[in-house]
Design a protein around this ligand. Structure first.
Ligand code: RUB
Length: 310
């Protein structure tokens, strides 16, 4: 595999590239690099190369359907070109694939802007918003609310073990939003006084359940206990179509040394990167099509992904 692509795969698995949207963007960038640098002599050869690179990217972070959906779209597009345009040569196919993959970035930006607009309307004047981990979708919404002159505060939970909450806290305070960082264990104490909780999403299943950074379900359960609304902000591309067949989204288990490097021999350390929050704890998903109940997300997302159940 090309060195530049190997580097992207490493950056994704080491969390140098972090968050579902950034991961999906990097994966599409890798596919573009592959096509541009490819020495494939035939269209089939190019197609095989894309499958190989796609597999390497997808396994770098197993709990990322947005990346998988983007890769699948590019691979499907390539396949359809080969099947429907017999006269097309490999160079023409390369151009088409690069153009299609580049259009994906534009689509992502348009969807993101819409989500920020819908999400910003949920931020109450004088309110307190609790968030967990670092989601570029959530920070986008909060910045949009700030641009609209809503006066509010954010509590960012630290998010052990990789401390993505600090990225959130820094980004928001640099933007002029009053932000407090707190350890994850303070969640109950702080959510009690909050107006709403808002997190991102790595994956959404057919039942409307949410997979996001480990600790998200704790936030949701505590929010329910105190009657505080809990929202997840997510592009519909985060829906995992495989869950329609009963597949459960796999939870990435990362190296234990991220939690405790040098633990005593008899201590077993676990490091699941994500957890699942049942639909019943979620007031709504903030999507590019508006704020939708978890139970409705499956139908809307299938339409967006161009999938049909026959
Ligand atoms: C990040 C995380 C984020 C989602 C959504 O986990 O759980 O909430 O990925 O992010 P990690 P975005 O740090 O392990 O990647 O809204 O940017 O897609």
């Amino acid at each position: 595999m090309d060195r530049q692509i190997e580097q992207i795969v490493r950056d994704i698995s080491s969390l140098k590239v972090q968050g579902a949207r950034n991961v999906a963007k990097s994966a599409v960038e890798a596919l573009i690099v592959q096509v541009i640098k490819s020495r494939a002599k035939s269209r089939d050869e190019l197609y095989s190369e894309l499958l190989e690179v796609g597999d390497a990217l997808a396994s770098a972070r197993p709990t990322e359907p947005m990346m998988r959906n983007a890769i699948n779209d590019a691979v499907k597009f390539t396949y359809m070109q080969i099947k429907t345009r017999p006269a097309q040569d490999v160079e023409a196919l390369k151009k088409m694939v690069v153009r299609e993959a580049s259009a994906y970035f534009k689509k992502m930006e348009t969807d993101h802007k819409k989500i920020c607009d819908y999400g910003a309307r949920l931020i109450p004047e004088g309110g307190i918003v609790v968030t967990h981990c670092h989601s570029s979708t959530v920070t986008g919404i909060l910045k949009r609310a700030k641009d609209l002159d809503v006066d509010f505060e954010v509590v960012a939970l630290e998010t052990r073990p990789r401390l993505q909450g600090r990225i959130t806290a820094k980004e928001l305070s640099d933007y002029g939003i009053t932000t407090t960082l707190a350890v994850d264990g303070a969640a109950n104490l702080l959510i009690k006084d909050a107006d709403l909780c808002m997190v991102g999403a790595d994956a959404i299943g057919s039942m409307g359940d949410l997979i996001n950074k480990v600790g998200t379900s704790t936030v949701a359960h505590i929010a329910r206990m105190h009657d505080v609304s809990f929202y997840s902000a997510a592009e519909l591309y985060k829906y995992d179509p495989l869950t329609l067949f009963g597949n459960r989204e796999g939870i990435e288990e990362r190296n234990a040394s991220e939690v405790w490097d040098g633990e005593p021999k008899k201590v077993k350390v676990r490091n699941p990167a994500f957890d699942a929050t049942a639909a019943r704890y979620i007031n709504g998903y903030i999507t590019e099509l508006g704020v939708v109940p978890p139970q409705a997300l499956f139908g809307i997302a299938m339409a967006k992904l161009g999938l049909k159940v026959d």
